[in-house]
Design a protein around this ligand. Structure first.
Ligand code: C2E
Ligand code: MG
Ligand code: MG
Ligand code: MG
Length: 282
């Protein structure tokens, strides 16, 4: 009788240990540790003026650098970060990283700007605004060099978002709607938002020079942005044909693999020095 009891207790203990270690390694647990240990880095993807091919700045794109050196893409952890509230800590780390990575570059060339992604949670309150102001303090970076990107899908409370974005503009930051076309996107809805720029979602750029039903929507989005006097950034530009199409329609800026992918800060700084000459070989 004693033998089976011993085996049972052993199995129970092993089961408990496995359960505890799994629990310790839950995705949320890992992300909490990553935030505590500041395991994030930022890559920068150039944004190019389509007319001239000149690099006018970059979008800051966060990556989670795991202790084994591997990089985790934001799509794999931002949703969990938003759900759990860890996102505000990650946003703060991204802001600090952008300033420490690019301070010299942004001060040396005031025509450059950096776009920072804000999550739904960030836009829901004004909490992030003093965080940015504090990060910029004593740097010489000007507020207008900072673009804040917010996705309309993320607006849980539209009134709160509107007031945060309006306040951001009062403070001198530029505000862009990200992934435009994937959310509500009605003209009347946009008219009420305090905006400087609109980033057309990659899914619309993909349809350029195809005959899909969506491809007929892209010119309307461009017209809509022009009616509202917004700057336009086309995201996910991969082919010369797309860039030519956009240039013909006076779209201001492009971002995508045709020009350059996201890259580490040092590489972006070198890229910028070179890319005061046209990028993407116009
Ligand atoms: P997003 O803001 O729309 O950023 C553009 C994404 O498209 C980036 O993916 C970029 O690498 C990718 N991309 C750019 N050009 C091309 C192209 O020509 N072809 C293709 N196929 N893809 C292209 P990434 O870096 O994986 O970021 C994914 C999303 O994660 C971002 O979409 C943004 O919503 C979110 N994200 C990134 N960084 C942050 C951050 O610091 N905070 C928050 N809240 N979200 C972030
Ligand atoms: Mg973005
Ligand atoms: Mg985008
Ligand atoms: Mg996108």
């Amino acid at each position: 009788l004693l033998l089976p009891l011993g085996a049972f207790i052993a199995a129970f203990i092993i089961g408990l240990v496995v359960w505890l270690s799994r629990r310790r390694l839950s995705p949320l647990g890992e992300l909490q540790i990553a935030v505590r240990k500041r395991e994030f880095i930022v890559h920068y993807q150039p944004i190019v003026e389509l007319r001239t091919g000149i690099c006018i700045g970059a979008e800051a794109l966060v990556r989670w650098k795991r202790p084994d050196g591997s990089l985790v893409r934001p799509d794999h952890f931002i949703p969990l970060a938003e759900e759990s509230g860890l996102i505000t800590a990650i946003t703060d780390q991204v802001i600090a990283l952008v300033v420490s990575d690019l301070n010299s570059l942004l001060v040396a060339d005031r025509s450059l700007h950096i776009a920072i992604n804000l999550s739904a949670t960030d836009v829901g309150t004004e909490r992030v605004l003093p965080v940015i102001a504090k990060a910029l303090q004593h740097t010489g970076i000007q507020p207008r060099q900072i673009w804040l990107e917010a996705t309309e899908r993320g607006f849980v409370d539209i009134e709160a978002a509107r007031s945060t974005l309006a306040r951001a503009r009062e403070l001198g930051y530029a505000v862009a709607i990200d992934d435009f076309g994937t959310g509500y996107s009605s003209l009347s809805y946009l008219e009420g938002l305090p905006l400087d720029a609109l980033k057309i979602d990659k899914s619309f750029i993909d349809t350029i020079s195809t005959n899909s039903a969506t491809s007929s929507v892209t010119p309307h989005i461009i017209d809509m942005a022009k009616t509202l006097k917004l700057k336009i950034v086309a995201e996910g530009v991969e082919t010369r044909a797309q860039a030519d199409y956009l240039k013909e329609r006076d779209v201001d800026y492009g971002q995508g693999w045709l020009f350059a992918g996201p890259m580490p800060a040092a590489e972006f700084i070198a890229y910028c020095r070179r890319a005061k000459v046209p990028a993407g070989k116009a």
